[in-house]
Design a binder for this molecule. Sequence first.
Ligand code: ATP
Length: 259
Amino acid sequence: MPVEDAANPAIETRDLRKRYGSEVALDGISLSIPSGTVYGFLGPNGAGKTTTMRLLTGLAQPSGGGARVCGTPVSDRRAMASLVGYLPETPPLYEEFSAREQLEYVADLRDVPTETAAERIDEHLDRFDLTADADKRIDAYSKGMRQKTAFIQSVLHDPDVLFLDEPTAGLDPRAARRIRESIVDLADAGTTVFLSTHILPVVEAVADAVGVLFDGRLVAEGTPAEVTARAETGDSSSLEDAFLAVTSEREPQAIPGGE
Ligand SMILES: Nc1ncnc2c1ncn2[C@@H]1O[C@H](COP(=O)(O)OP(=O)(O)OP(=O)(O)O)[C@@H](O)[C@H]1O
């Protein structure tokens, strides 16, 4: 069972906003996500999902509002480095390193003790069927092998909150299942997982709650069943039907003139 603590949310945002010049990427979102839960963060292309994750990992500065992760303001980048793990859409990997070297390097950066790092690296390489290729250079890796390596590096330091941007992209069914299992295992162990993906069956399988972002605003939130039911798309409707309903036939919202 997830270790939930609604009074001390792992992720909390208040009217969080981000502009890029005149472009409003995020138009004031407020979230409260209990620790030890999986939050599926959905939205069409360009809705503001990556922007939100960059703000919540301290990689970008908000234009307005605020956010805390485990009670710490996200502006504290030093604290964020140990509190959060982040698998971005295009993960940073050193082509000339092997997967093992890459993972040892990241573990060292995150101050994971050498012996603990070695154990975790071996365990994860095995779990993702990478052991035989672990000493090959990453520039000879397939897309899926890179994605698996990047996922492992995002969890090596045992973060309290894990942000995943399309973690199963490019993975074969076995590897995708391993990622889904890992997400559930991590949440069971108390990690909060913030999962952005367009693969809605993955969200239905693992998420405790979902939020749907459209044009920089949160337009639906609840358990997958609640969001599906509220969209009132029919008796046999799915999360996909609900997603399409809440992200269509909406006029773009007027953008306020200032913060
Ligand atoms: N560095 C940037 N400079 C200017 N505009 C940006 C920048 N990053 C994002 N945007 C804009 O902000 C909006 C939200 O982008 P974002 O990448 O957060 O969307 P997304 O929901 O992650 O999309 P996708 O599903 O395609 O990955 C888009 O209109 C995008 O063009």
